[in-house]
Design a protein around this ligand. Structure first.
Ligand SMILES: NC(=O)c1ccc[n+]([C@@H]2O[C@H](COP(=O)([O-])OP(=O)(O)OC[C@H]3O[C@@H](n4cnc5c(N)ncnc54)[C@H](OP(=O)(O)O)[C@@H]3O)[C@@H](O)[C@H]2O)c1
Length: 293
């Protein structure tokens, strides 16, 4: 069994990007600039956004954090989105989800200029991904594709079961892995809460991607010998062993599943670090006008 080390891979990619940024700046270009809009004080969102800002610093990007309290109106937030769309210094920005209930996430996502949508959530970018055009691919699926590439994991003709059909993980993952080319050309099954015989489906899978949000859901008896298992799940569970009082648990029962796998991602340290790195990759692509000229 080989561990897919997202932390190490992410560190390597960030070093590569930092080097590229140095060269860009030396050639007279401005530093790439990522902005993040954060509403409220949700613990998860706070730590994701802090991680994104830290990653910018690490690779030599400029970053801006724009904060609002929970009671910000939809109009105020949309006005900020329009301002960021028109700010030439900003190469890309994200509005951290989830948003408070009185704000439409759909409206906000659609208001973001697709050319600056480095989260890859705008319907235009999702559509471009679906038909294989250059686009900002959403961060988590892109991070997983990068891990598959860097670990040279064969996907062509493989049976893949993606558990979860969310717009940010499961669905894009299934599209990317069924596309022509590498990593892709796989036969993909998308499973969800209404799927019957999930265990049987998983037992036929060469690659399982678990994006459910249910700790330890994928057990040893659901995985065939030699499978590749990618664990996207990150659920905070109480812990007496950490200073914060919680720790992250994946969707895969690691101790049971790992001995059967050819490759597996741990939680933490697998998919998670790659998600933020993918956002950095998208921001660099935007600064270099690689997707939209
Ligand atoms: N590591 C990272 O960077 C990263 C990034 C994003 C998300 N995550 C984590 O990944 C997990 C999934 O996130 P998400 O946003 O995709 O979650 P989500 O929007 O809640 O979607 C969960 C999916 O799992 C399916 N599901 C739930 N119970 C199931 C069951 N018993 N059997 C089969 N399918 C079941 C749901 O099916 P239905 O559609 O039928 O309800 C749904 O499609 C969460 O733990 C999240 O924190 C991690």
């Amino acid at each position: 069994m080989q561990l897919i080390d997202g932390k190490l891979t992410s560190k390597k990619i960030r070093e590569e990007i930092a080097e590229e940024v140095k060269q860009l700046v030396a050639s007279g270009a401005k530093k790439p600039h990522l902005a993040a809009v954060l509403v409220g004080h949700d613990g998860g969102s706070e730590s994701y956004v802090a991680g994104k800002m830290r990653a910018c610093e690490e690779v030599g990007f400029n970053s801006s954090l724009i904060r609002y309290e929970d009671d910000v109106t939809e109009e105020e937030l949309l006005a900020k989105v329009h301002e960021l769309n028109n700010d030439d210094d900003i190469d890309g920005f994200i509005v951290q989800l989830p948003l408070p209930k009185h704000i439409s996430e759909e409206k906000v996502t659609e208001a973001i200029d697709p050319r600056k949508d480095v989260d890859g959530f705008h319907p235009v970018n999702v559509g471009r991904m679906t038909i294989g055009m250059p686009t900002f691919v959403s961060a988590t699926p892109q991070g997983i594709m990068e891990l598959l590439k860097r670990y040279k994991i064969e996907t062509s003709g493989k049976n893949v079961v993606v558990i979860g059909r969310s717009n940010i993980v499961g669905r894009p993952m299934s599209v990317l892995l069924s596309q022509k080319g590498y990593p892709g050309d796989a036969t993909v099954t998308v499973a969800h809460s209404r799927t019957k015989n999930l265990k049987e489906l998983c037992l036929q899978a060469d690659i399982i991607i678990a994006a459910i949000g249910s700790p330890g859901f994928v057990k040893g008896d659901m995985v065939k010998e030699g499978a590749v298992v990618i664990d996207v799940g990150t659920t905070r569970v109480p812990s007496t062993e950490t200073k914060s009082g919680w720790r992250l648990k994946g969707d895969v029962l690691f101790d049971e599943v790992a001995p059967k796998c050819s490759f597996i991602t741990p939680v933490p340290g697998g998919v998670g670090p790659m998600t933020i790195t993918s956002l950095i990759i998208n921001t660099l692509k935007s600064a270099k006008k690689e997707i939209y000229s």
